[in-house]
Design a protein around this ligand. Structure first.
Ligand SMILES: Cc1cc2nc3c(=O)[nH]c(=O)nc-3n(C[C@H](O)[C@H](O)[C@H](O)COP(=O)(O)OP(=O)(O)OC[C@H]3O[C@@H](n4cnc5c(N)ncnc54)[C@H](O)[C@@H]3O)c2cc1C
Length: 341
């Protein structure tokens, strides 16, 4: 439910240039606000969780395990991605399974909508590399995907083009910014870095592997039904594929042998030619999550925090930025996502 309170034209400081902060900065700058985006890392963004993400924009697939709010905000985000970055690929996504995971595949089909079933021939028509590989597949035609390491710099460029300022190497505290601009607004998008003020945040480790081969071509992410994790292969530019992602309640970094075996095994199961691919990179990121795994916009006076994007940062960030902007400009409150002190 939406309520109206107030409007503000104050300068806006955003902390954290990951996917959450980048979308906040872009929408606020485009709306004519004076925006400064502070990032403690450099422009390569390797310290951000966003650097390690798959970048799938998959609100219908995610509905298998996520709350309805993720689908609602995710579908809204797809419209914003299309509007702001029209070259975002919306080639859909595929879900496939081995015969032994048949029951889980059928369950996935029942738990989700927005898909149609492809037989082996129809699957080979849209993904020729998968000819003869699977009896059938679920096709989610409206879903998209982005390449995080390309899309973050693109968003940063767009922020500057819209009149915003980005300061890399700027490790700031919200309290200092509030003292500097007493009438300003601070939007804290520090991800796990915000734990000093929000101890309930935790990191959920996601491991990924980047491989390279010219033997397989895919136009869209392919998810393989797996008893423990939704494993997937995402095509990147230049013959690269990202294999992801585990979901582990741990905050160490690195990739375990067991996870590597499962990720590489999933790729091999999608296509045996992946067995000949070159391994380019192993890596992991910590997804910032609240205990309920749901995103939250917290409002306390002129300080707003946007966090808990968990497995859905790329999917949710545009819609969360739109909600924050609506709150600042028109005082609109979305009670499902916002908590006002
Ligand atoms: C393996 C993996 C796969 C994933 N796949 C997907 C997917 O397919 N689709 C999807 O939607 N999501 C996916 N996610 C989830 C997504 O990556 C996260 O939800 C998202 O990156 C969180 O973004 P964020 O901006 O909140 O945090 P971050 O990306 O961590 O950004 C926070 C930034 O704040 C900066 N910072 C911290 N403290 C300060 C300070 N004091 N001053 C200045 N800057 C500061 C940090 O340096 C960092 O750059 C995946 C995650 C992982 C790990």
């Amino acid at each position: 439910m939406l309520q109206t309170t107030k409007r503000s034209d104050s300068p806006v400081s955003i902390i954290g240039a990951g996917i959450a902060g980048a979308w906040q900065a872009l929408l606020f700058a485009q709306a004519g606000h004076s925006v400064t985006l502070h990032e403690r890392g450099d422009a390569a963004m390797t310290d951000a969780t966003s650097h390690w993400a798959g970048g799938m924009l998959a609100p219908w697939c995610e509905a298998e395990v996520a709350e309805p709010i993720i689908s609602r905000l995710g579908q809204r985000s797809l419209d914003i991605w299309r509007r702001e970055l029209p070259d975002t690929p919306f080639n859909g996504s595929l879900v496939v399974a081995h015969p032994r995971e048949r029951n889980d595949f059928e369950r996935f089909a029942r738990m989700t909508d927005g898909h149609r079933r492809l037989d082996a021939t129809a699957l080979a028509e849209i993904e020729p590399s998968l000819e003869g590989r699977f009896r059938d597949a679920l096709f989610f035609p409206a879903e998209g995907h982005v390449e995080p390491r390309r899309v973050l710099p693109k968003l940063h460029e767009r922020i500057v083009a819209a009149g915003g300022t980005i300061k890399f190497g700027s490790d700031v505290a919200a309290a200092d910014l509030a003292n500097l601009h007493p009438k300003g607004i601070v939007i804290d998008c520090r991800g796990l870095g915000a734990r000093d003020e929000q101890p309930e945040l935790r990191g959920v480790k996601g491991e990924m592997i980047l491989i390279e081969t010219s033997e397989v071509q895919l136009a869209r992410p392919v998810r393989l039904i797996h008893p423990r994790w939704p494993l997937y292969v995402i095509p990147r530019e230049a013959d690269l594929f990202m294999l992801g992602a585990t979901s582990i309640e741990a905050e160490d970094t690195g990739v375990s042998v067991r996870s590597a075996l499962e990720l590489l095994g999933a790729a091999y199961a999608v296509h045996p030619a992946f067995g000949e691919a070159r391994i380019v990179e192993f890596g992991s990121g910590l997804r910032p999550a609240y205990p309920d795994n749901l995103p939250r916009i917290g409002v306390r006076g002129g300080k707003i925090s946007v966090n808990g994007l968990y497995r859905h940062g790329f999917l949710l960030a545009p819609a969360l930025a739109e909600l924050t902007l609506s709150y600042v400009e028109r005082g609109q409150i979305d009670n499902e996502v916002m908590q006002c002190a």
